[in-house]
Ligand binder design. Sequence first.
Ligand SMILES: N[C@@H](CCC[C@H](N)C(=O)O)C(=O)O
Length: 294
Amino acid sequence: MAFDLRFTKGHGTGNDFVLFSDPEGETELTPTRIAAVCDRHFGVGADGIIRAVRSDRLPDGAAALAEDPAATWFMDYWNADGSPSEMCGNGIRVFTRYLVDQGLVELGPDEWIAIGTRAGVRRVRALGNGGFEADLGTWRLDGGEPLVRAKNLPVARPGLGIDVGNPHVVVALADDSELDGLDLAYLPILEPQPQAGANVEFVVPAEPLVEGGRGRIRMRVHERGSGETLSCGTGAVASALAVRHWAGSGAPDEWVVQVAGGVVGVRMAAEADGEHVLLAGPAELVFDGVLSLA
Ligand SMILES: N[C@@H](CCC[C@H](N)C(=O)O)C(=O)O
């Protein structure tokens, strides 16, 4: 059966997405279709698909509405291989820009919008510099410290498991040459392997490590379900949290994370329900199109 899709292509620091609007949740999204759309040779090409659907049309959306009735739109996020994810930090900024661009929501300066996700409700606001900031909520060390093997890494290294709505394992490397030498076309191997899989981030300090009170790191990532990407927002957040954890007391609560596709900002802020972590960065919509797949 033919599958026609009217879409918008967008990205946040090079982490790219095919976005489309399906308010009533009528489009049948199968892993095969998603992988075909995201295919960089035979489809549009993207790290993931994001569907804008009314929250009351999906079971996960109903849960989001129960948490916050203002979360009327749901970010239905899927990785390039057709697997779902709970959260996407770059995606939620691009999704918010898409909702505004499509006239589906109005967003005043500094006004927060509530978005439904599989990880729960998340809030996003537009920044004066054209970018967006997403409050990714509370986070937790998930207790795991798996050993991580990656191609061109001579010995296995310990990772730190962090959950920021989706699962991450962060690995500290020695220096830029070790980071640049990794071949992330190959899947890093985790021992033990987390049941739900994990996004794996490799980090090194940037030079200087702290500037103007903000910590600075470089990161590369192998995303669950998408492979190596130019950026991962939740990965940047997990990396900053991991490096702050390793640095101990006195480490900054604001971080600049350099990724292959640009720079994002991370800050930690105390809230009534625990410490929240927030992610700021660009959100670009680059073209619209119609895709017809046989
Ligand atoms: N690129 C995203 C994360 C997308 C989901 C991830 N691959 C997963 O499976 O959890 C981001 O910017 O956070």
